[in-house]
Design a protein around this ligand. Structure first.
Ligand code: G6P
Length: 367
């Protein structure tokens, strides 16, 4: 009913707006003196202590949240991480043992493939931890340990707030893991936690771009294909961005590691094809800009997301969305919001119902 939507036309846009509060609710109980603290979740330090590698298992959007976490844990903490699609993990040979920390991510806690993959992982290690949104769900009960995200009920089929709270939780768990394994000093962890605490406010700022994003989706509604490009963490969030567009606007979208474009996909770039280019990682910024110039030179319609104050260079982009300047790792939250808004308004612009996409279910309990 309209009342449940709080005056918003769809659940999806309501849930997009709920994200800053959901993140605050999720992280606050796990922060003590600006350090990660999972004692309230009954997670013993021994879960992290001595863990030598990490395997993340999930499906769909939860898997993409896991990919962001993996990129952080591997590149900042220098720990080996594997991300597995649950339906693949189940039928592959797991290379995990008691030194492996297995993190299972699921909004519903009921996805059958994720549940079965968890059961399989438990045959190899006692270190299984689930990140789940729905209390007392099957996955929450089956894992050795659980940390609940506090997104609140997510009604729209396309996941939004559940994703960003999963990412926030992955970061907090990463900080804890880093501290326990001597890969992050207390001072470094504090600095990271303090930065994470500013995320909700920065997401609020990005939500102010709603009208602008809505306007620019008039350039998307007639597209056959769209591309999301980035490097590093930006590539990981690009995958989720592309999924949002596919799910609810039915436009074919692909996420590409920007450096890989020249190995095939650039042949698909022609006049007017929307390219959402994400350039928030300092380390690869120059490389990214040159990749963007390559697609722009082929007359793509480039929407650039970056921390630059203003870019008004027609050889780079058609539209520039400047996001608040936060540490590179945390830009994923801001980028995610923009991608969600692009997906939502493209769907609405096509006259579709973003809350009820064809063929998709909120929770998948078939294999
Ligand atoms: C379905 C939903 C997705 C979700 C995926 C995993 O495909 O439509 O939004 O990401 O399942 O669901 P889970 O509840 O395990 O996170």
């Amino acid at each position: 009913t309209a009342a449940e939507k709080d005056g918003y036309p769809h659940f999806m846009i309501k849930e997009i707006h709920e994200q800053p509060a959901a993140i605050t609710r999720t992280i606050t109980p796990r922060i003590q003196d600006d350090l990660p603290d999972f004692s309230g979740d009954q997670i013993p330090d021994t879960l992290f202590d001595g863990a030598e590698n990490v395997t993340i298992i999930a499906c769909g959007t939860a898997m993409y949240a896991g990919m962001v976490g993996a990129e952080f844990i591997q590149n900042r903490l220098k720990m080996p991480v594997t991300v597995s699609i649950a339906s693949e993990f189940r039928y592959s040979q797991p290379v995990i043992d008691e030194k492996s920390l297995v993190i299972v991510v699921s909004q519903s806690g009921e996805t059958i493939d994720t549940f079965e993959a968890l059961k399989l992982a438990k045959q190899y290690t006692d270190r299984t931890l689930s990140i789940v949104n729905v209390k007392e769900s099957s996955i929450a009960r089956e894992s050795h340990y659980v940390v609940y995200t506090h997104a609140g009920p997510e009604i729209a089929v396309a996941s939004t707030k559940a994703y960003t709270v999963q990412v926030a939780m992955m970061y907090l768990l990463g900080f804890k893991l880093g501290l326990m394994n001597g890969r992050l000093s207390e001072a470094e962890a504090k600095e990271k936690v303090q930065a994470l605490k500013t995320v909700p406010a920065h997401m609020e700022e990005v939500l102010q771009y709603e009208k602008r994003v809505k306007e620019l989706t008039s350039r998307m509604v007639n597209a056959q294909d769209a591309f999301y490009i980035g490097r590093g963490l930006d590539y990981r969030v690009a995958m989720e961005g592309a999924l949002k567009l596919k799910e609810i606007s039915y436009i074919h979208a692909e996420a590409y590691a920007a450096g890989e474009l020249k190995h095939g996909t650039i042949s698909l770039i022609e006049e007017g094809v929307p390219v959402i280019a994400i350039a928030n990682q300092q380390k690869v910024y120059e490389k990214m800009i040159s990749n963007i110039r390559e697609v722009k030179a082929r007359n793509a319609f480039v929407i650039l997301i970056s921390k630059d104050k203003a870019i008004d260079d027609p050889t780079i982009c058609n539209v520039h969305l400047s996001i608040p300047d936060v540490p590179d790792d945390l830009t994923v939250f801001e980028t995610a919001v923009i991608c969600q808004l692009i997906g939502y308004y493209t769907s609405v612009g096509k006259g579709l119902d973003p809350d009820q996409p064809r063929n998709l279910a909120k929770s998948v309990t078939v294999e």
